[in-house]
Design a protein around this ligand. Sequence first.
Ligand code: SAH
Length: 398
Amino acid sequence: MTKIILKKGRDESLRRFHPWVFSGAVAQIVGQPSEGDVVGVFDHEGNFLAYGHYQIGSIAVRVLSFSGEDVLGPGFWVNMIGKALKVREAAGLANGLETNCFRLIHGEGDGLPGLILDWYDGVCVMQAHSVGMFRAKGAICEALKTVFGDKLKAVYDKSSGTAPFKAGLDLIDGYLFKADGFSDDEQIVLENGNKFLVNWTEGQKTGFFLDQRENRALVGRYSKGRNVLNLFCYTGGFSIYALRGGAVHVDSVDSSKKAVDMVGRNMVLNGYGDDTHNDICADAIDFLRDVPEDKYDLMIVDPPAFAKHRGALSNALRAYQRLNAAAISKVAPGGLVFTFSCSQVVDKEAFALAVFSAAAQTGRSVRILDRLNQPADHSVNIYHPEGEYLKGLLLYVE
Ligand code: SAH
């Protein structure tokens, strides 16, 4: 196995269990690793530190184990997936009764950097973000079969948009496994008793935004008697919860035609009709510009990540400020705004500051009623705080 020897003094973050080795910390590579190979990492005196996936780029190694256990055999994946499942069970997500979809592996948060596995009632959708995880997909699929047995209906690899493109990698999405008789590319899942159609081949990301489960439930609790505007609605997650919570009327807006079509199908599935809901295919910012003041007394603002890397940070903060100022200025007196950012590089302080500036710009009196987060199945490894990405505020606008 290739050995990666670190420069003197550059082993400290690994000793604190941070799972990345930056290329600048590497003194010497003993061997000729291919990208995605498992390598051993050692300090400058030759002491073992970790095993991980090697990749060319600013992160040279993504750590799989600090203990020296065998990370090459099938037992490793079975063990890691089994441990992650236990966490979801502890969080009450894996009983299958009210909720049968959850994130099973959240990368570094579950000790498997570069791997996302989402569970949709027996269908496991994988997104590899590293060459190592992409190359391990066969082993991961076998481990899923071992852990879930008959419960596993299919494993779908959707890494073409997430794995780094490298020559020799066959980045074509497709099924790694299908149980006998399973043929669909979509199915209905349950989230807190609400039904949602998830289509992993056509949908965004793995098909559904599992990370808003708890925040959707909160919206439901505040919706009674309110006129709701759900901006950036995707397949209508927040809208269904709002109606179930007693909203008078909900308008759902998204710029993706495919997403808006799914909102309509989800409404039918849950028994809601045109009398209480409109789905609108439009740019959310244009739509907000034409919204009459006082029409809506609950707004949800959940845009896609405005900053995907540090370089885009200041533009993103300005965009969050503009968008939130528009929402805060239009919400009816006594109204609520649930506002979110899923940009990892925008931390919660920076987001709160952008929303603060937005509120100040409108001159309205605004209270923070709640601070919102990602749920338990989007777990954050305490040694890798970068895993925290979803943040939100619940505002009351006088
Ligand atoms: N709130 C959603 C997830 C939102 S993801 C949920 O609970 O499932 C962000 C959404 O914003 C995507 O559906 C994307 O199609 C949409 N989007 C991106 N840019 C947009 C724009 N300018 N106007 C409206 N929708 C937009």
